[in-house]
Design a protein around this ligand. Sequence first.
Ligand SMILES: *Cc1c(COP(=O)(O)O)cnc(C)c1O
Length: 339
Amino acid sequence: MIDLRSDTITRPTPKMLEAMMNAKVGDDVFGEDETVNVFQDKVAKMFGMESGLFVPSGTMGNQLAVKVLTEPGDEILIDHKGHIFNYETGAASALSGVQVRILDGKNGKLGIPVLQHAKRGNFDWEPKTKVICLENSTNKGGGVCYSKEELSAIKTFADKEDLRIHLDGARIWNAMTATNINPGFFGEVSDTISVCFSKGLGAPVGSMLLSSKERIAKARRYRKMWGGGMRQVGLLAAAADYALENNWDNLSEDHRRAKEVAQVIFDSKSLAVDMSNLQTNILLFDAVNETAESVLKKLAEKGIQMIPFGPKTIRATFHFEITDEDVEQVKAALAEIGK
Ligand SMILES: *Cc1c(COP(=O)(O)O)cnc(C)c1O
């Protein structure tokens, strides 16, 4: 099977397992795991943040950010395609008691007009808007990235309106590869950032929340409360560190392969893709005359797996287990289906 359902399906390589076996570990609930301590400092420093907190999932990183940036009854702003709104089981309402206000951005991205429109007055009867949640690259938005200018404008707006910015950087590595923006810049425009090592970088488990010392200390308590305090977690941090050191450079290959496949879809008659939105490893395309399910079935018969992202829309996500030979097979299959 050629599995393009997600970039989370990759398995640890022998070298990654070796890095895990050699990790110096201790009890991280006691703060004694050397590997995770060093790794947290390293990633925090990379993004120009004071502290980092290793967490089991991107969802926990995002939810801890919402928790430490809000009080119950506050409001957070997010694009209607945002992961925090769509794919985190309503956790922001359940765990932080906040109201999630969805806005109508483009390809999962928010811009100034939409944010300005969402701005509230300062009345006793209105919720307090506290946080702007951004996603980079966007998932449901098709892997598109913010430009430096867009982020700077949002940061200026947030400062003026006294709002915090949380950046969901599950695929920030892909975004950096595509846009050449350095990590320090993301630290400058965000109050909290969550990053994942378990997506395209290929670690088996692991994400990190980055922020100020004070917020991370608070998040550490909630991580424990929510059952995310881990013991010899250096095993996982070693895998994540290996992924960061060795697999980041290869993301550009995933992006190239996504573009190659997209070109075949673009050239076909009965499949459609917006090439201008294709920036990273996520490829969204549409069936023109049939349903997504019917195209997926034909692909499955040819040994190719993708996932539906709407009645007509399909998502293919590229990752390091997909080779150039696989790509040729996928191109041939799509050319046949789309002819
Ligand atoms: C995958 C993802 C997450 C986190 O997912 P987990 O499965 O909880 O690690 C968060 N945000 C975005 C945009 C994602 O794609």
